[in-house]
Structure formats: C-alpha cells, structure tokens
Design a protein around this ligand. Structure first.
Ligand code: ADP
Ligand code: MG
Length: 395
C-alpha cells in the first residue's frame, strides 16, 4: 500500500479543495499561536507553484453544527494572508452561493478559504450530500490535516472518495515518520510514555510493545503502575480501576522480553499549589499525604542512559506537570536526552509536542507529530479514515 502524494496528482490550473488543520487557539479575535497555519505553507506553496487554485477548508473548535461568531475563520484568513503576503479570499460560507462564486473566480495560484466546516452539522455526520457539495467546488482534493485524520467526517473522508485525491506534504511527512515507527526494525527501540492516564495509552503500549526493547514509564500514568506493584503513591493521580490492567500490561511486557523502567525517585508535594513544599524523595519514600508531580533526577539519569543508546525513540506524554515550573525538570531532562539521541526520534501528543516546543528543543527532534488523537490512534495500529482513501493498492 502506498500513499498518494502531490506528485501523483495533476493540479495544474485546477481547483484543489485542500483540507487543512487550522484548529488554532484564538485570543481577542486574533490567532494566538499560528504553528498549525505555518505547518501548511509548504503544501500551499507547492500547489501554487503548479498554478493550482486553492480552496482551503478547516474546522475550528466545537461549534456543534451551528454558526458561532467567535469561531469564524476570519482571524485565520488574516494571519494566512500575512504569512503568504497576498489576499486570501475568505468567505463566510461553506458550500453555498458565496463559496461557489469564490471558487469559480479564483485564478491560478490564488487562495480562498471557506468558513468553519463544523458550522454545518453534516460535516461531522460525514453526510454524503455535504461531501458532494464540497466536492463540486473543486476538481481534485488534497488532505493535509493529519490532526483530523482519525475522524470520519465529510471533509476528511467523504470527499476523498469523490475526487482524485492525495496527501499534502505535512500529511505525507506524518505518515512517513509514524510508519517508520510502526514497522520499526531499528533497535534498540525505546518507547517513553507519560502523561495523565494509562487508559489513554493502553492501545499504544499493546501495539508498540511488540517491537520495543525498552519501555520507560513516567508522568501521572506511572503512578498507576507503581500502585499496582504495591508502592505507596499517597494522593497522587492514579487510576484505581486500572490496577489489574497495569499488572496485565507489565506481564505482557515481560512475556515479550521488554525492559520496563519505572521511576526510582519523584518530586512530591502535598498539592499542586504547594510548590514551596516540593521535595525529591526515593520512590519508596512517598508518604500518604504526598502527591507525585514529576520524576526525580535519579530517574532522569536512568531514563537518559537508555535513551542515549537507542536507535529509535518514541515519546508520548510529559514526565510530570510540566505546566508548573517546579514540576518541569523531569520533562526537560527527558526532552534533552531525546534531543541528544543520535537515533531517529519521534515525539507525539498535544501536550508532549507543546512541551518540547516550549523547551526550545523541537528542532533537535526528528519528528514532532502535529496530531494528538490521530497520532495515538495511528501508533495503536488503527487505520485512520482520513488516510485510508489516500492509499492505493499495489504501489
Ligand atoms: P499528550 O497530550 O502528550 O498525549 P497527556 O494529555 O496524556 O499527554 O498528558 C499531559 C498531562 O499530564 C499534562 O497536563 C500534565 O500536567 C499531566 N501530568 C503529567 N504528570 C502528571 C502527574 N504526575 N500528576 C498529574 N498530572 C500529570
Ligand atoms: Mg493531552
């Protein structure tokens, strides 16, 4: 199976409906962080160079099928116009007269932007009629919205079946890097998992532990594993109803011959707000009134040693409550170890990507995935509805 890419599509002079992920944070009617917009510039440039007429479309937030003034794409159009140094033709319409007129008037190399797709309830229903209306605006379709590819919506799945379609450059890069992980025969393969809960990550552990050589567990989810092994975790975040699941995953890892490394020390405090009382304790020294908010320096050193020898690293989930400086050092230490690793390194997950960006280390990681849920589902081995129709047999 091969992913169809821009090189497979005849776009010269054609109207190209391009699904992007412009689900960006807004503040006071402006785009607060334009990372996702900038991420689509290579695809836009490649299509414009070939004389395509671009009709961009995206969702923003959760308007639930209704027009919400605060979720219009106008601020996105402004920022995109500035980034492209040209006038992006934004319409407050998705498939109606205004949208059709805009689409038909676009010249080669010109760019239009439709209104928030989720203002129409038919988008999330993957309604065939809505998909046909979208398709009728253009002659071909490009999907560059990896972050939305786990949703079977009209603009991500429905329309792909109706027009000659291909992945954009961002989508291509994501699939390429994550497929390298799924098909990994690079060893040692080190999987680092953290974040809030194990319930979010069970599928990833099950699937990737087939190939991984070491599993490093930190963050809130490690508490559940520690508790399952009989450690005192005080009032830490831990999933009581997942203790059996945690034990099952540990024995699965053991059966598969994977080295599982749990924290050997932790930064604890009575509560999140009590940072002045934060202290580092050995993992068997957590008291009943302590909560674990970060991994400690000994854990960072032990994890870093494993990471340093890796040929392939996949990291999802911060090692602690990195949003608070007092509990950021574990995540910083692991981010530095991943950045320094000479192997192929991948970081995925919304908060994990934000953490490495904030720490200024994203440039030193081979692939920082832009998808949150989509990345996790891909790594679980699921077929993403937004990707399925971009694949072709016998490539
Ligand atoms: P991602 O978005 O990268 O998949 P998650 O959403 O699973 O990551 O987890 C990120 C969240 O986990 C962060 O908000 C962080 O504060 C929280 N977290 C990490 N460690 C702990 C901990 N020890 N206790 C409570 N919350 C934690
Ligand atoms: Mg998250």
């Amino acid at each position: 199976m091969r992913l169809r890419t821009l090189r497979d599509l005849e776009v010269e002079g054609k109207r190209v409906l391009t699904r992007v992920d412009y689900n960006v944070p807004l503040q006071d009617g402006r785009v607060a962080d334009d990372t996702r917009i900038r991420a689509t510039l290579p695809t836009i440039a490649a299509l414009r160079e070939r004389g395509a007429r671009l009709i961009l479309c995206s969702h923003l937030g959760r308007p639930k099928g209704q027009v919400r003034e605060d979720l219009r794409l106008a601020p996105v159009a402004d920022r995109l116009s500035a980034l492209l140094d040209m006038d992006v033709r934004y319409v407050r319409d998705i498939t109606g007269d205004e949208a059709r007129t805009m689409a038909s008037q676009l010249g080669p190399g010109e760019v239009g932007l439709l209104e928030n797709l989720r203002f129409d309830p038919r988008e999330e229903q993957n309604d065939p009629e809505f998909a046909r209306e979208l398709a009728s605006l253009a002659e071909c379709y490009v999907n560059d919205a990896f972050g939305a590819a786990h949703r079977a919506h009209a603009s991500t799945a429905g329309v792909a079946a109706l027009l000659p379609s291909a992945a954009g450059l961002l989508m291509e890069r994501e699939i390429h890097a994550l497929t390298r992980v799924l098909e990994a025969d690079e060893h040692p393969f080190v999987l680092i998992l953290g974040g809030a809960k194990i319930s979010d990550k069970i599928g990833v552990i099950e699937n990737l532990s087939r190939r991984a050589d070491a599993l490093l567990l930190g963050g809130g989810m490690a508490n559940t594993f520690l508790k399952a092994l009989g450690y005192e975790v005080g009032c830490s975040l831990a999933e009581e109803d997942r203790l059996d699941e945690a034990r099952r995953l540990l024995s699965l890892a053991e059966q598969r011959g994977i080295e599982v490394v749990l924290p050997s020390d932790a930064v604890v405090a009575p509560e999140l707000g009590a940072v002045e009382q934060a202290r580092t304790v050995p993992i068997d020294g957590v008291g009943p009134d302590d909560a674990i908010f970060d991994i400690g320096p000994d854990t960072v050193a032990r994890f870093s040693k494993v990471i340093g020898d890796a040929a392939l690293v996949v990291w999802n989930g911060p090692m602690g409550v990195f949003e608070i400086p007092a509990f950021r050092e574990g995540t910083r230490g692991i981010a530095q170890a991943v950045a320094a690793c000479p192997g192929f390194t991948v970081v995925g997950g919304g908060d994990s990507a934000a953490a490495v960006e904030e720490l200024g280390l994203a440039d030193r990681i081979d692939h920082v995935s832009t998808g949150g849920g989509a990345t996790l589902e891909f790594l679980e081995g699921k077929e993403l509805p937004g990707v399925r129709l971009l694949m072709e047999e016998n490539g």
